[in-house]
Design a protein around this ligand. Structure first.
Ligand code: UD1
Length: 369
């Protein structure tokens, strides 16, 4: 492996999960890594806890871009990243996923002609109203090396005739889950006791997409459906949605839904393993539920993770959001007498590529540096 200076750009929760094992591999193989945190996520429970849980070294630089409109957030990150890259001149830049930090990183680095690697490339929801879809498409077409979880993602990039090289490396979130699962399970009992929950006696709810979180009527319908069920619902609420959710629950005098602060990686994983199902609009959580065989209803019209839809383990809600649609989707994934088994290793490999993604990604990065 060649030794070089690798700049890793992260900024939001899912990116901390994606970079953790890769950073470890890069450093173990003697690469020098400059870890740049844009500061898109700045609350401790959206940022610091992930660095602790996943043992990611403290960022070398935090650009403190914070919240704002898409233009302001992406623009502030672009200006600040460019300054760091000009000062430090890394051999290669790595960006992850599809957030505004990803796009800002890819734009800054490709314009400086620094080889740029995009991890989790080739995903498409084909819904251009999602900011993440625009970030993905632009980042894929800018980057020099596109690392995909599967052949189907690679095929998508070929169809789009992207300019960069394409490699299939596997899914690094799958590897992270397998790696950190024992630690999550070790804290599960204490966590369930603290929250007053029984194993399989609750459903996990997360909502943070603007299409749900910023629409009071949609949020009200989701909460009303949860409140009418026998099982409790646990709702770790992203700051984007916490105040609106609390107001709706207070208005109903609702106590079947436990609204709690956002969870770190290990607590979220622990809670997922003991849930009787998940309702979410997150991309990552759909996939994490699928790996574990936890039934999932995705509160969206489409998903970039279509491989999770086979086998009745994940159901897309679709256009309608009302009691009947939620009932039908829940029945699809959790209606049987017995919970479906988790996908086996062969199925996972078929859908999500090789299990050792972080080594393959680190190796591919080293080839660029
Ligand atoms: C971002 C990503 C999304 C990802 C999600 C994971 C984009 C376009 N979206 O969405 O793809 O799934 O992160 O959580 O990049 N806020 C805080 N504290 C924080 C961060 C945010 O209070 O530490 C609040 C602010 O009011 C902010 C809002 O949350 O305006 C939204 O944050 P932002 O980073 O813009 O987008 P996310 O919804 O977190």
């Amino acid at each position: 492996m060649r030794m070089g200076d690798v700049a890793t750009i992260v900024g939001a929760r899912p990116q901390f999960v994606k970079c953790a094992l890769v950073s470890k591999r890069l450093r173990a193989s003697g690469q020098r890594e400059l870890l740049i945190h844009t500061g898109q996520h700045y609350d401790d429970n959206l940022s610091a806890v992930f660095f602790d849980d996943l043992e990611i070294p403290a960022p070398d630089v935090n650009l403190g871009v914070g919240s704002g409109t898409h233009g302001r957030q992406t623009g502030s990150a672009l200006i600040a990243i460019e300054e760091v890259l000009l000062a430090r001149r890394p051999d290669v830049v790595v960006v992850y996923g599809d957030t505004n930090s990803t796009l800002a990183g890819a734009l800054a680095s490709t314009k400086l002609r620094i080889p740029t690697v995009h991890v989790e490339s080739g995903l498409r929801s084909f819904d251009r109203s999602m900011p993440e879809e625009l970030n993905r498409v632009a980042t894929d077409h800018l980057s020099d090396l596109l690392l995909c979880h599967s052949e189907s993602a690679a095929d998508q990039l070929r169809r789009e005739a992207v300019g960069g090289g394409i490699q299939v490396v596997g899914d690094v979130m799958r590897e992270a889950q397998a790696c950190f699962l024992p630690r999550a399970l070790a804290r599960r009992r204490t966590l369930l006791e603290r929250l007053g929950l029984d194993e399989l006696g609750y459903t996990l709810l997360t909502v943070h997409r603007p299409s749900n979180a910023d629409d009071p009527e949609r949020l009200r319908r989701i909460l009303a459906w949860c409140a009418d069920r026998r099982a409790l619902t646990v709702f770790p609420a992203h700051p984007r949605v916490a105040a609106a959710a609390k107001a709706l629950l207070d208005e109903r005098g609702e106590n079947r839904i436990r609204l709690i602060p956002p969870l770190g990686y290990l607590d979220a994983l622990a809670l997922l393993t003991a849930a009787n199902g998940v309702l979410t609009d997150s991309g990552g959580l759909q996939k994490e539920a699928f790996f574990l065989g936890v039934p999932c209803v995705t509160l969206r019209e489409e998903t970039e993770w279509r491989e999770t839809l086979g086998g009745g383990r994940n159901a897309l809600l679709g256009r309608r959001l009302d009691h009947a649609a939620l009932d039908a989707a829940w029945l699809t994934v959790a209606g049987g007498q017995q919970q479906r088994p988790a996908p086996d290793a062969a199925e996972l490999e078929n859908l999500f590529g090789p299990a050792n993604a972080s080594s393959r990604i680190a190796e591919a990065i080293a080839q660029c540096s």
